[in-house]
Design a protein around this ligand. Sequence first.
Ligand code: NI
Length: 148
Amino acid sequence: MELERISITVERDDLRRFDELLQRRQLGNRSEALRDLIRRRLIDEEIELGSGPAVASLTLVYDHEQRELARQLVSSGHAHHAQVLSVLHMHLDERLCLEVQILQGEPHDLKHYADRLIGLRGVKHGQLVLSSASLWEGDGTTGHHGSH
Ligand code: NI
C-alpha cells in the first residue's frame, strides 16, 4: 500500500471535537480515522453506482401509535416482500418501536424503499446501511471493516 502525505484545513473547533471523539471512542490517530472516513465514503459511492444486488440493513425507530404508520409499514413490507428478507422488531417502550430490516436488491431500489419509510410521519430516526458481498471478494479488507 502506497501512502501519500496530505495537508488539510479544518475549523479549529471541529478538530478539537474530532480529537476528543477519537480519544473517547479509541478510534486511533487522525490519519487512521481520516483514512477510514475516506474509504467508507468511497465504498458508499461504489455501492450506489454499482449494479447487481446489494444487501442492506434498515434501522427505524418509530411511534407505533402514529395514525396509519403501522399499517403503512406493513403494506410497504408486503409490496416489497422480494427485497425484505427479515425483520427484527423490538418494543422500546409504550409507544416507540425499533425495527431492523434486512434487505437485498438493487441499491437504487433499496434506497428508494428506505427513503420512503424514513420519510413517513412518526418515524423518529432511520438509517440505511448498504453493503455488497461482491465488493469484498478477495481484496483482503473484509476483516478491517468487519470490526466496525
Ligand atoms: Ni413495537
